[in-house]
Design a protein around this ligand. Structure first.
Ligand code: GLC
Length: 423
């Protein structure tokens, strides 16, 4: 009883304190999805910011799909919405949203040299720093090391080997009683995530990057078609038919329950998979994605998230302080240690605490530095349509609506029309 009332008094104290600090500062809003449960981590670091700054920060929840987020951002920004101060932006959106965000060049000139120049470059559009890098991303092939050992099979190097190994282990496990076992899960829904997955298949088969850095539309070629036909052969065999509506979290759901041999996903899944209550804790590892054929190079799509201040924010100075805080070494380190997010600050790749907590991070420095960018640079403000046309052609192929060859031919015609006289 006594303890309870003490706790109640403490709670009251905390409420008074936080109300007090709200009066001292301003109230800011930041958008956030909750992939991998990241929103509760964000709340924790925002609470620290509130104590330091006297400001109050609210999280406005967002869907996990970057495609859905982009749609929402465009609506809000077009309407000049001043309720959102800080946006979290995908690496691909800088050229399309640059007019709506505050130029951060002057406000970050003392710290910008600490970030990877290529990432800063990706967030620079028309000479303006559109967003400050928060974390970077490059996917892995997650595999069940216990199951590969059980069947005495090596980690696969090509997509075909991956499919064969997936089938052997899946069949064996099903025969042994695990009827829910699948071979491979990935992101097959019709959205930006499928663009990322399919770019990896195409590029690793030597089929180019959809639209090349010089603006040439390259996607209609035999190697790209072969890559998509290979991926189609997985659906309903080693991958559940439902994979055609999976996003990152849906694939992680199957994987983390222990019901998949392989998964393609971003590094955050490494942290979730090793959480105390995870059925696969300690049973898996991560490696680079497979290649098309021996001799080809693996390809990982470059992902990542950044922090941008809305031009319509009424508290831009405080919002800039928040963005600087969230991408600071301390907060990026906390995100790396807790969520296995890849830092955008070069120095953190030598940090012993990060390496100990999430060994994938130092290993992934080379992977993200060699990752393939989506063609958002060359296609500028048309990227969203390019990507939409690409993921639709891929989704149709995976669903059996037309052959890869025919769908890529039609895609080329669409992109050519979209390009017109130039991107
Ligand atoms: C991850 C990546 C992002 C990508 C998205 C696709 O969040 O960081 O760049 O667009 O996945 O689903």
């Amino acid at each position: 009883m006594k303890l309870k009332s003490l706790a109640a008094i403490a709670l009251l104290g905390a409420t008074i304190l936080s109300t007090g600090s709200a009066f001292a500062g301003v109230t800011l809003s930041i958008v956030s999805s909750d992939t991998g449960g990241s929103a509760s981590w964000l709340r924790g670091v925002l609470d620290d910011f509130q104590k330091q700054s006297g400001d109050t920060v609210k999280i406005v929840g967002m869907p996990n799909s970057t495609t859905d987020q982009f749609g929402q951002y465009k609506l809000w920004l077009a309407a000049g919405n001043s309720d959102i101060d800080v946006y979290q932006t995908d690496v691909i959106w800088a050229p399309q949203l640059s007019d709506q965000f505050v130029d951060l060049t002057a406000a970050t000139k003392d710290i910008i040299g600490n970030y990877f120049p290529s990432i800063v470059q990706s967030q620079t559009s028309g000479g303006k720093l559109v967003a400050l890098p928060f974390y970077t991303d490059a996917p892995a092939l997650f595999y069940r090391k216990d199951l590969l050992a059980k069947y005495n099979l090596p980690v696969p190097k090509t997509w075909e080997e991956m499919a064969k190994t997936a089938k052997t282990v899946m069949d064996g496990e099903r025969a042994a009683g695990n009827k829910d076992m699948w071979g491979f899960v990935f992101q097959g829904n019709a959205y930006e995530g499928l663009t990322c997955d399919a770019l990896e298949w195409v590029k690793s088969y030597g089929g180019g990057q959809i639209v090349e850095p010089d603006g040439t539309i390259s996607i209609n070629n035999d190697k790209a078609a072969a890559a998509l036909e290979e991926a189609k052969s997985w659906v309903g065999t080693i991958s559940p038919p439902g994979v055609l509506s999976y996003d990152e979290e849906a694939s992680r759901g199957v994987w983390q329950l222990g019901n998949a041999v392989f998964m393609r996903n971003w590094p955050y899944a490494y942290a979730n998979g090793n959480q105390a209550d995870s059925p696969i804790k300690g049973k898996f590892d991560a490696t680079t994605l497979p290649v098309g054929a021996a001799g080809d190079s693996p390809a990982s799509t470059l992902g990542g998230w950044n922090l941008a201040v809305s031009k319509y924010s009424k508290n831009q100075d405080e919002a800039i302080k928040l963005v600087r805080y969230l991408s600071s070494p301390e907060v990026q380190k906390s995100r790396a240690v807790n969520l296995a997010a890849l830092p955008t600050l070069t120095a953190l790749y030598d940090d012993a605490d990060i390496a100990k907590a999430q060994p994938i991070i130092p290993q992934w420095k080379a992977v993200f530095q060699n990752a393939v960018p989506r063609p958002s640079g060359p296609t500028k403000t048309k990227y969203n349509e390019v990507s939409n046309d690409f993921w639709s052609a891929v989704h149709d192929t995976l669903a059996g609506n037309g052959s890869a060859k025919d769908n890529l031919e039609a895609l080329e015609a669409k992109l050519t029309e979209l390009k017109g006289d130039g991107w």
